[in-house]
Every structure is written in C-alpha cells, then in structure tokens.
Design a protein around this ligand. Structure first.
Ligand SMILES: Cc1ncc(COP(=O)(O)O)c(C=O)c1O
Length: 422
C-alpha cells in the first residue's frame, strides 16, 4: 500500500496520522486513500494504450457512493450483479452504455430494468436464462443486448471459493452450449449478441491463466463473428491478484509497497495481442485490484489473555466488519498505528463476535501491543465493508476518504436506532 508510511513510528495514510482519526471518529473505522485509487485506475487505463477499452469496475468489491463517483468521473464503467448494484452504478453517474450485468441468478425485474435502461450487455449464464431474457425483451418489444458468459474450464490454482471458471463451478456456459446459442441467437428478433464474457476467478497471480483465457476467448469471438454476429466486445473479467503479505515493512520510517502481483501492462498486452485481430472493444472488470490497497480497517485492542499456550488479542472489529479471514482463511497484515515497542509477540488476533471463526490472524508474529492501542488491518478496501453485517446487533462502521491532508466522512456509522428500525 503505497498510500501508507510510517513517519517517526506513527502510521500515516497520505498526509494524515491514522491515530488522530481513530481518536476523532472512534473504531472500528474504515479509511481509504483517494490518491491510491486514482493511481490504480490510471495504471490499468494507461496499459491499454490506444486500444479501445472500458474498465468496468466490479462494484461488489466496494460500493461506497463516493468511491463509485470518483471512479465514474475517471471514466470507469461498471460490472454489476444485481438490480441494487445497477441502481448504484447509475446513481454514481456511470452511463448505461458502460454497464455490464453478470450473475447466475438474475431476477426478471432486474433483467427488465437492464433492458429498459439500455445497458451495454447482459451476461447470459445458462441456456434457460437466455430464453427468459428473450421472452422478457419480446414482452417489452425491445432488443436485449446480450453477452455469453463462457466457462472455459481454466484453473487459476487459488482458493476454491474464488475460482469461477472451471467446469463444475456454477458460473457461465460451456463452449458447446455457447456455440449452439451463437446459432440460435441469429434467428432471435429480440436479442443481439454483442459480447463474449468470462471471469475465471479472483486473486490470479500468474500470467499463464490470463494468456490461456485471452486466446480461448479470441477463438470464441472469431466464431461468433464468422457466424454473422456484429460482436461489439470481448470482456475478460477481473481477478488481478494482490500481495496481501508484503504491504509495508514494520519500521519506524517505512514506506508502503507496491502490492499488485502482476504488472497490469503485461497482462493487458497479452489481452490486446490476443483480441486485436477481431477488432472488437476490450472490457475488463477489476474489483480488488482497484480498491483493495486503498483501504485499512482501524480497530482498538480491548483485551489480552492467554489460554493454554496461546496468546489472544481481542480487538473491537470482528467478522462483522471483515469476514475474509473467516470465509477464505484470507491473510491481512496487522500493524500498530503507533510503534511503541520493537519486540514482537506471537498471538491470535480475534474479534468480539460469538463465533470461534471470528478471527483476523492465527499464530501471527506481531509487534508488542497492549490494551487501548489501535491497529490497522491492511489491504481491506475490497470485499471488506461490502461483506459486512449487523450480526450481534453491531452497527456498520464509519468510512473516511483521505486525500492529502483532507479527510471526508463518506459514510456515517450506523446508529442503534438504524438497526432497530431497519
Ligand atoms: C463477474 C465478475 N467480474 C469481476 C469480478 C471482480 O473480481 P476481482 O475483484 O478479483 O477483480 C468478480 C468477482 O467475483 C466477478 O464475479
């Protein structure tokens, strides 16, 4: 996280000391860096050079309205997976022609809304869904722009919960089904085949699966074009991996590190090289790679104890604020906002929720800390707040946006009345 640095043992995001924010706004607290967000977006955008493209940000990673408006202003489109996300994308100023709609279980009302609004493409994830979209378009007397989500059977060698492009995963359709649909759609007055889509999973850290994907999809795109469709785009999804471990050195004057595992320039060159013969527009759908390293979750140490041989540090954030460690055994670095002691301890860092699965780290070497110290759980800008919940009647946290020295509240903490009345 290049937006972070220690300045004489105090952790700063951009030009703001995070302990001042913890004192002022209370914890748990989400903080995000404006400049890191822009840097991430511009890096991907520049990687395309002059090749026509749209970066359809995957809203599921972080759908805070201010973050969405910032990306919309920078020129991003949106990858949405529900009527709610479609609403958010439009409210944030993303034009319909830059919105693509994925998801294996779209409701009829959401498909109708997408057709009426005139979005760029609705991804078809099953043959039955195609029939439903075609019927709904006929009833509305409109032509639905559709894109086939292909399941290319490519293994990304990651956690099974974030792999989406192998046969047996619930996403997309097989090559054979896609070829049959390519023929069928030619005879359909209410659907236009405008795109080919795939998203093979998250946290991809090697070039090989991306290369395989781009070449495979170029083949499908050529078949669609040869069969007479005026294909407009190929969408290669998201999944660009981040290094969650080498984020910042715990050092009295350390600067945060670059945490994208693959250089976007290298990946996008592979995409452009594979697709350019078809001449179609390229879409990518990064979520994590645009926002994960913009964010940190600030929490306060409540208690320390020992059970058996295990040191346990209990903090005031829990799986309600950040569920990734419980859900996928995800690793997040944990560092103090103020370094007071260079010695370390080995401990489990856990939350206050009444679940044994409520933890942030197990058996982790961390700097010595005590009751009342504040900690930053790093790389939490993606799949943090959006996966948060009110379990145990816990209000959702404040979110802050930091730009240089300026701090803006971009979401207020929920009140107990908010929880009670829903
Ligand atoms: C269809 C689709 N596109 C894009 C993404 C974003 O993935 P990532 O955040 O890994 O870039 C996802 C994540 O689940 C997805 O399902």
């Amino acid at each position: 996280m290049q937006c972070l640095r220690y300045n004489k043992a105090s952790l700063f995001m951009e030009n703001v000391a995070l302990s001042e924010l913890a004192n002022e706004f209370g914890t748990p607290l989400y903080v995000y860096s404006f400049n890191q967000l822009m840097e991430n977006f511009n890096r991907f955008d520049a990687a395309f050079g002059r090749y026509p493209h749209t970066i359809c940000y995957a809203l599921k990673a972080n759908s805070n309205p201010t973050i969405l408006r910032t990306l919309a202003k920078a020129g991003a489109g949106a990858d949405v997976v529900s009527g709610g996300e479609l609403f958010f994308a439009l409210e944030s100023g993303i034009p319909p022609e830059k919105i693509v709609f994925a998801g294996v279980g779209k409701r009829d009302v959401d498909i109708e809304a997408a057709i009426k609004i005139g979005i760029r493409g609705i991804n078809v994830e099953s043959e039955m869904e195609y029939d439903v979209i075609s019927d709904l378009a006929e009833r509305l007397n409109r032509v639905a722009p559709i894109s086939l989500r292909i399941n290319p059977d490519i293994d990304i060698h990651g956690h099974p919960y974030i792999a989406t492009g192998r046969h047996g995963d619930k996403f997309g359709i097989t090559n054979d089904a896609a070829l049959a649909l390519i023929e069928k759609i030619k005879r359909d007055d209410y659907c236009d085949l405008v795109g080919i889509h795939a998203h093979i999973g998250s946290q991809i850290k090697e070039l090989a699966p991306f290369k395989k994907l781009a070449e495979y999809m170029a083949g499908v795109a050529k078949k669609a074009i040869d069969s007479g469709h005026r294909l407009e785009y190929v969408d290669l999804g998201g999944g660009f991996g981040l290094d969650y471990e080498n984020v910042i050195n715990v050092d009295i004057d350390a600067q945060g590190l670059d945490d994208l595992v693959l250089d976007p320039q290298e990946v996008i060159s592979i995409f452009v090289d594979a697709i350019k013969d078809t001449g179609v527009h390229l879409i990518i759908e990064p979520g994590r790679a645009l926002v994960a390293n913009t964010g940190a979750l600030i929490t306060e140490v409540l208690y320390l104890k020992k059970t058996g041989d295990t040191n346990i540090v209990i903090v005031d954030a829990g799986m309600t604020e950040l569920i990734r460690p419980s859900l996928y055994s995800a690793h997040h670095e944990i560092v103090p906002l103020e370094i007071r002691d260079a010695d370390t301890m080995v401990a489990d860092v856990v939350g206050p929720i009444c679940e044994s699965g409520d933890f942030f780290a197990r058996n982790r070497e961390i700097l010595n800390i005590g009751r009342g110290d504040n900690l930053a759980i790093l790389t939490t800008g993606a799949y943090g707040y959006t996966l948060s919940s009110n379990y145990n009647a816990r209000p959702k946290s404040t979110e802050l946006f930091i730009r240089g020295k300026r701090v803006k509240v971009i979401r207020e903490r929920q009140s107990l009345e908010d929880l009670w009345t829903g």
